[in-house]
Ligand binder design. Structure first.
Ligand code: DC
Length: 227
C-alpha cells in the first residue's frame, strides 16, 4: 500500500475545484511549461463508473464497485483506455456523468483509486494531479496546492461548450442543473468531500485568461523554490 510519506519528496502540483472551474485546461498548460505529467483523477472515477454501469452492478453494491476500482486496467496516458479499449468518449457521456458522483462517494472505491493515484505519482516522478481531494487527502504534502473556482454561470457555459465539441446538444440550463447536482453530492459526501485546503492558492478563473491563471500559479511555484 502506497502511503502519503512515500510521495513526500516528489514535485506535485495538486489542483482541486468543482466541474468547469478550469482544472484540466490549466493542468495541461502547466504541464507544457514545466514538463510534468498530468493525472486527471476525475477520469479514473468516470472509468470505474463506466464499468459499474456496463456490468449492471447496482451502485449500492459497494463491495463489487470496490473490486472493479481495484482490478480494472485504467490507462490515462493518451486519453482514457480500459486495457486497449478507447473509452474517452463514453466516460464523458451523460450516463457516466449522472452516475459518477455516486460511485465516487463509495469509501472503498476512493481507497482503491487514491492508492492508484499515489502509485501513479511514484511511477511518473511526480506531476500535476487534478481532482477534488488531491491537496486535502491524496497528496497533503504537495509542493503546491491550487483551488480553482468560477461563477456558476461561467462553469455551465464552459461545460456546455465541451458538450457541443463532443457533438452532444444540451441546453445551458440543463448543464447548470447537472453541475449543481454534482457539486452538492461531491461537497456533502461523508468521505473526502470537495473542500479547499487552507494552504491552497485559491483562484477565481471566471474573468481571467488561462495565461493569467497559469502565470499566477507559476509565481507561487517559483516562490517555493521550484521552476
Ligand atoms: O472532474 P470530473 O467532472 O471529470 O470528475 C468526475 C466526478 O468524479 C466528480 O463528480 C467528482 C468525482 N471526483 C472525485 O470525487 N474525486 C476526485 N479526485 C476526482 C473526481
Amino acid at each position: 500500500m502506497v502511503d502519503t510519506h512515500s510521495t513526500n519528496s516528489l514535485k506535485i502540483i495538486a489542483i482541486d475545484g468543482p466541474a468547469g472551474s478550469g482544472k484540466s485546461t490549466v493542468a495541461r498548460a502547466l504541464s507544457e511549461i514545466l514538463g510534468l505529467s498530468v493525472l486527471d483523477t476525475g477520469a479514473m472515477y468516470r472509468s470505474v463508473a463506466l464499468v459499474v454501469l456496463e456490468s449492471g452492478t447496482p451502485l449500492e453494491d459497494f463491495k463489487e464497485c470496490a473490486r472493479i476500482a481495484n482490478e480494472i486496467e485504467i490507462n490515462l496516458d493518451h486519453g482514457a483506455r480500459l486495457g486497449s479499449r478507447d473509452i474517452e468518449k463514453e466516460i464523458r457521456g451523460p450516463e457516466v456523468t449522472t452516475a459518477v458522483s455516486k460511485v465516487a462517494a463509495i469509501p472503498e472505491v476512493r481507497v482503491a483509486l487514491v492508492a492508484r493515484q499515489r502509485q501513479w505519482a511514484l511511477d511518473h516522478g511526480g506531476g500535476i494531479v487534478e481532482g477534488r481531494d488531491i491537496g486535502t487527502v491524496v497528496f497533503p504534502n504537495a509542493t503546491l496546492k491550487v483551488f480553482l473556482t468560477a461563477r456558476d454561470s461561467e462553469r455551465a457555459r464552459r461545460r456546455q461548450s465541451d458538450e457541443v465539441s463532443a457533438q452532444r446538444s444540451i441546453a445551458v440550463d440543463e448543464v447548470a442543473q447537472e453541475i449543481a447536482r454534482r457539486d452538492h453530492l461531491d461537497s456533502t459526501r461523508a468521505v473526502s468531500p470537495l473542500v479547499a485546503d487552507p494552504d491552497a492558492l485559491s483562484i477565481d478563473t471566471s474573468d481571467n485568461s488561462v495565461n493569467e491563471v497559469v502565470a499566477e500559479i507559476l509565481r507561487h511555484y517559483s516562490a517555493k523554490g521550484e521552476q
